[in-house]
Design a protein. Sequence first.
Length: 201
Amino acid sequence: MQALTWWCPGSPHSGKSGIICDGAVRSGKTLCMSLSFVSWAFYRFRDTAFALCGKTIQSIGRNLLEELLQIEIADINYLEAEKTLEPEYTSRGIRLDIIVADDKNTHYNLEMQVKNNKNPDTDTYVLPKRSRYYQALLDIDLLQKGQPYDLLPPTFIIFICVFDFFEKGNYVYTLKKRCLENLELELPDEATTMILNTKGT
């Protein structure tokens, strides 16, 4: 928790010039440090650009995703930042922060969220409908004309937030479609949405 929030106003560590995470192998140190850095950068350099640095851009994407999802990724085959999707000239287009595809053709969209924005006209938070729209346009981009539906690859849409959208204290919320009449039944569409809360526990 201290590693995630050292930069927050009021933290006794906010004035430090460096932090060190000590722990066992695969205990979450890289995940905490990565989320903490991204959150600090978006808070400190709001409305400006910043960079994640590493040996290769593929290694940055792989290491971050492996820690977030607790999986092993052999290789990153595709990575693009600020990819624009515009399905029709009359439809709303989007710009994806980061889109990644691994060696198993699983696609990951990472989005950074500094503010929990509301629509002033409806007084509702926009993140849920935004995630739905991003999923729809991402699927359109991944399936070509004439291809069968079962060729849609697995997707993860991951929102890295500096706030707790659900206000339950979790640092990660993993969302999939389930049957309301029998919660053990999950729709196997291989589409997953994750909302990360850098202030969670």
